[in-house]
Design a protein around this ligand. Sequence first.
Ligand SMILES: [Zn+2]
Ligand SMILES: [Zn+2]
Length: 185
Amino acid sequence: MALVKCPECGKENVSDNAEMCPECGYGIKAHFDLLKQKQLNQEIYQRKLDHVKMPEKPRKKKFFYVLAVLSVIAGLYGFFLSPVIAIIMFLYAWWMYYEGDKQYKREMERYNLALTDFEKYQKEFVREEERRAFVETLKPKCPSCGSTNIQRITTLDRAASFTMVGMASGKIGKQYKCKKCRHMW
Ligand SMILES: [Zn+2]
Ligand SMILES: [Zn+2]
């Protein structure tokens, strides 16, 4: 508790815990609670920003190029079987090359931003982190262990498990299965 000046009428020595200003009735406590909350949020945000480190220089992901080269080779062999297979393999190779290139360019853009405007990079990083955390809260969770690593039980799953074990199947009438603790609900 501290003694403050009423922000509305300027009366001195009012407790910041007082619901109302004795002079003008202004909601003192609510005003200062909100202020404290804002300060706290600002501190948390600042700490998150300070946490963001300079990223490492991105490297091209070999994975995509290996797949592309393998597809080209498969496509060349495919010519013996049918030109259609070859064309599909070549298209796949091009797609893999394109994906690898796209990811690399995106990472390079972020890296360059960090080099030229690190503050902006930090802000964007935190925003992206917060967005991901928010998306995570929207995901359905296992009511037993809280894991988000869950799987939807499809009608096909249910039918298959019914044919296998009949009415005893635990999947009947359940919508989700937790991949971590195997709970179904
Ligand atoms: Zn007042
Ligand atoms: Zn679980």
